[in-house]
Design a protein around this ligand. Sequence first.
Ligand SMILES: [Mg+2]
Length: 229
Amino acid sequence: MKKHIFFDLDRTLWDFETNSHETLLEICEKYNLTNLGINNYADFIKKYKDINEKLWDLYRDNKITQKDLRRDRFQQTLSQYQITDFQLSEKIGEDYIDICPRKTKLFPYTIEVLDYLQSKYQLHIITNGFHKTQHIKLEHSNLTPYFHQIITSEKVGVKKPNPKIFEFSLSKVNASVEESVYIGDDLEVDVLGCQNCGIDGVYFNPKKIEHQENPKYEISCLSDLKGLF
Ligand SMILES: [Mg+2]
């Protein structure tokens, strides 16, 4: 019988895409990037996202540090516009970290589903984000009270899909694999990651992306969880 439900945070409960997009637009306007030759903010944001994704992959594989990631993603984006003002990219990088986690857009039904699940299960978070940042997101979106344990890769020292973070989480809350389920939006990192440890995975797939894998459960809306648990 299931007793523990573990959630991913970014792109599963907290709407990373919307929150990040809003932040980047604010930053473009704050620094008046048009004056620096960036006329199309949508194009700037797209460039940033591509660069950020590549750097995140390197960070996930421990090839660069958190500090490198935070600095380089804006430095590299600005340099595509021949802007090499390192102080500016540093400042923008700091602003992004400051503003984005305070955004509060969640996926539809997040609160409703957490309200329903918390009366039946112990709920926890396992996230690859930075410890401080993830706590700010949870606080500002009023999610903190729902979760017994909030486990971040930064504190554990390894990132999903490394089995160690799932094993650490189970022992932290004194749960067996049979009693546990993990819900996340990343098929490889979240779902295959937990299933490799014997934990049932729920693939949150709002865009209904086609795939060849075998998640134990698959949902396209968080409200589907009410029918499963
Ligand atoms: Mg995620």
